[in-house]
Design a protein. Structure first.
Length: 180
């Protein structure tokens, strides 16, 4: 059970929370406000800031959302973050990712039928999220050789930063899995 109360959409009184919930419902594509955001609603400024960060990194940018969600899967799996792992897998499923790819993404990454470029992005993002001190110039150069721009590589690092923070937050508050 979550350490903090989840603020359901039907009891929101704060106009900032209501506005963020409306945006989440319109933009996220799940048809719900995830528990992640409901748990933040007791502090409207925290909810607002985290939604803007999520929106700016995951829902906008140069890289496809599916690739960012796969980075989230890799980081969440490495961190044993059950809430985040399940939400990312659900998100990928909702975005049309096949069950086979999802299964292999978490059980046998090397056998996962993804293009070399996508696998390199996911591996780099995982490393940036769980062991950033080991990143070397060669790791960046490999992404450049695969055709990624500096802005796209920055976006991978920003994605890793976001999902590492989400893992830490959801694990610290023992966030319960959404009824998906």
């Amino acid at each position: 059970m979550s350490q903090f109360q989840l603020v359901e959409a039907d009891v929101v009184a704060d106009p900032t929370v209501q506005a963020v919930y409306n945006e989440i419902m319109a933009e996220l594509g799940f048809g719900i406000v995830p528990n992640l955001f409901k748990s933040m609603a007791q502090n409207p400024a925290f909810l607002y800031a985290n939604w803007r960060k999520f929106q700016g990194i995951v829902l906008r940018g140069l890289l496809p959302r599916t690739l960012k969600e796969m980075i989230g899967v890799a980081i969440s799996q490495a961190n044993n973050s059950e809430y985040a792992l399940r939400v990312h897998l659900h998100g990928l499923s909702a975005l049309g990712m096949s069950e086979e790819v999802l299964r292999l993404l978490i059980s046998d990454f090397d056998a996962c039928p993804l293009p070399v470029r996508e696998k390199a992005v996911i591996a780099f993002g995982r490393q940036a999220g769980i062991d950033p001190q080991t990143l070397k110039q060669e790791d960046y150069q490999r992404l450049e050789q695969l055709g990624l721009s500096s802005a796209e590589i920055f976006e991978i690092v920003a994605t890793a930063n976001l999902f590492t923070a989400v893992n830490q937050y959801t694990d610290a508050i023992k966030l319960e899995i959404d009824a998906l």
